[in-house]
Design a protein around this ligand. Structure first.
Ligand code: SUG
Length: 448
C-alpha cells in the first residue's frame, strides 16, 4: 500500500505578535516589542502550503488557537466579564496578557510527537500532545491542541491520542521539534530518533549553563513507551549543551532528517559517532541504508545556523528518489550558508534542489519552515480516514486566503492586545474557521 509523509502546517492566528516571550530563542528576544503583521504572517504560511501542494506533496492545515486565552487569565485570578479580564490583566500584569495572546501554536512541530502505524505495537498512528512546559505562553496550548488533533484524526481504529505528559520541568516535552524518523519507505517500520537537551534524573548528562534545555530524556522515553515503540526502533541522543547556550533551543534548529538521511551540523550532538553508528545499525536491520550529511563548522558556524535557520528546513523526498530542501529567505541572506547550499546541490549528492520561502513574520519569532509543520506519515487507508476538511486543496487555499483577508489585522503592537475588540474579532474568525475546516467545537469559547 502506498504511504506518504503529510505535512500539516500551522495556520498563523490573528494575534501573531512579538512578545519577547522565549528566553533562549534569539529571534524572539531580539524582536521583542516590534509591531507585527498577522495578515502577512498567515498569508506567508499559506503560500508555503500552496506551493508544496502544487509540487505534489500531501499538505494539510492545523488550526490556530483561541487568543487572548481568557480562560487562562481567569485561572490566574482575573475576573469579571471577558472584557474586564483583559482590561485588568493589561493594567496589572501586562506580561501575562501578552503571554495569553501569543499565536505560538502556529509552530506545530511543537504540537505533538507522532509515531506512524508501522512503528507502533498496536498498528495505529500515535500522537502525544507536547506539554511545552518550559514557557508559560506555550504550556497553555496542549488542551486545545489535543481537541484539534482529535477532530482531525478522529477514527480510533487508526489513530490513538495521548494526553500531554505531566506538566513539570522533569518531563519537559517539545514534541516533534526534537523527534525525527528514519525509514526506507514511510509505510515500513523505521527508527525514531529522540534528541534531548538534558536528563531530569541522571546527573551524568551535562546540562547547558545559560539557556534552558527544553526537552528531557525522561519525556522522550515516556513518549516512546506510550506509543509502543520497540527498543530496536528507537535511538536517543543528547544535544550538545553548548549549542543550546548559543540559541539552539530545539534540535530542529541544528538538524533535520527524512527517509534515510540526516542533515546536521558538526556541533549538533554529543557522542556523534556512537549515535550515527546506532542509527546505521538499527535502520540497517529494518532494510534501510542510513546516510548522513554533516555541515562542518568551518563552512557554517553555529551562529550562522541560528541566524539563517539552515537546518530548520524541510527535507522532502521527490518521486525520483532525490531530495529537496525548503529553506527560509534568511539562508539566501547569509553568504556562507548560501555558498554552502550552492555547493551541496551541485555536488551530485542526494539533495538536488533548494527552494526559498519568505516566512519573515514567523522567523522573527524563531519559527522557520520546519517549525511550521507537523509531519504525519500515513498509509492510503489512514489518509482516507483523516478529516477531509483539513487537507489542502486549491479551493481550500482560496477560502483560507479570503478568510485571512476578511478577519486579520495588518498591524499589531502590544497596546492593541488590550483591545477587547481583538478578542471578538478572533472568536468570530475562529468560529468561521471551524466550519471551513469541519472541526466541530474545539475552542473554549465554543465549548463553555
Ligand atoms: O517556542 N517562539 C517559539 C518558536 C518555536 C519554534 N519551533 C521549533 N523550533 N520547532 C518558541 O520559542 C516566541 C513568541 C514571542 O516571543 O512572542 C515563541 O514562542
Amino acid at each position: 500500500m502506498k504511504s506518504y509523509e503529510v505535512n500539516f502546517d500551522g495556520l498563523v492566528g490573528p494575534t501573531h505578535n512579538y512578545g519577547g516571550l522565549s528566553y533562549g530563542n534569539v529571534a524572539s528576544q531580539s524582536n521583542s516589542q516590534q509591531s507585527s503583521n498577522p495578515k502577512e504572517a498567515a498569508l506567508q504560511g499559506l503560500a508555503k502550503m500552496k506551493a508544496l501542494m502544487e509540487m505534489g506533496f500531501q499538505q494539510g492545515v492545523l488550526a490556530p488557537q483561541e487568543r487572548p486565552d481568557v480562560a487562562a487569565l481567569r485561572r490566574l485570578g482575573f475576573s469579571g466579564s471577558d472584557a474586564q479580564v483583559i482590561e485588568r490583566a493589561a493594567k496589572d500584569a501586562m506580561p501575562l496578557l501578552v503571554a495569553s495572546c501569543s499565536a505560538s501554536s502556529m509552530w506545530v512541530a511543537n504540537a505533538a510527537t507522532v509515531s506512524p502505524s508501522a512503528d507502533t505495537a498496536d498498528g495505529r498512528v500515535h500522537f502525544t500532545a507536547a506539554n511545552l512546559n518550559c514557557k508559560y505562553h506555550r504550556s497553555i496550548e496542549h488542551p486545545t491542541t489535543s481537541r484539534v488533533l482529535g477532530a482531525m484524526f478522529a477514527d480510533q481504529k487508526h489513530f490513538a491520542h495521548h494526553a500531554a505528559l505531566p506538566a513539570v520541568a522533569q518531563f519537559g516535552d517539545e514534541g516533534a521539534a526534537n523527534h525525527t524518523r528514519f525509514c526506507r519507505d514511510y509505510g515500513q517500520a523505521g527508527v525514531e530518533f529522540f534528541v534531548f537537551g538534558r536528563s531530569a534524573f541522571d546527573t551524568r548528562y551535562p546540562a547547558p549553563q545559560k539557556y534552558p534545555a527544553r526537552q528531557t530524556l525522561e519525556a522522550s522515553q515516556a513518549v516512546a513507551r506510550l506509543h509502543g515503540l520497540s527498543d530496536d526502533g528507537v535511538v536517543y541522543a543528547q544535544q550538545n549543551p553548548s549549542v543550546i547556550d548559543q540559541g539552539v533551543f530545539h534540535n530542529d534548529v541544528i538538524a533535520v532528517g527524512n527517509g534515510e538521511v540526516l542533515f546536521y551540523h558538526e556541533d549538533a550532538f554529543l557522542e556523534t559517532d556512537k549515535m550515527l553508528a546506532e542509527l546505521q545499525a538499527k535502520l540497517g536491520k529494518r532494510g534501510g541504508n542510513f546516510q548522513s550529511i554533516c555541515v562542518p563548522r568551518s563552512q557554517v558556524t553555529v551562529e550562522d545556523a541560528v541566524r539563517s535557520y539552515l537546518f530548520n528546513s524541510q527535507l522532502l523526498s521527490r518521486a525520483d528518489g532525490s531530495m529537496l530542501l525548503i529553506v527560509p529567505e534568511e539562508c539566501r541572506g547569509n553568504e556562507r550558508v548560501w555558498q554552502y547550499l550552492q555547493g551541496l546541490t551541485s555536488s551530485g549528492g542526494l539533495i538536488r534542489e533548494v527552494k526559498v520561502f519568505d516566512l519573515k513574520q514567523s522567523m522573527q519569532n524563531g519559527g522557520g519552515p520546519a517549525c511550521l509543520r507537523l509531519r504525519v506519515a500515513l498509509n492510503q487507508t489512514e489518509l482516507a480516514a483523516v478529516n477531509p476538511g483539513v487537507i489542502m486543496t486549491a479551493p481550500l487555499y482560496g477560502t483560507l486566503t479570503q478568510w485571512v483577508d476578511k478577519h486579520y489585522r495588518d498591524r499589531l503592537s502590544e497596546n492593541d492586545l488590550a483591545d477587547p475588540q481583538l478578542l471578538l474579532e478572533c472568536r468570530t474568525a475562529l468560529d468561521e474557521l471551524t466550519q471551513i475546516l469541519k472541526l466541530g467545537a474545539v475552542y473554549p469559547f465554543q465549548i463553555n
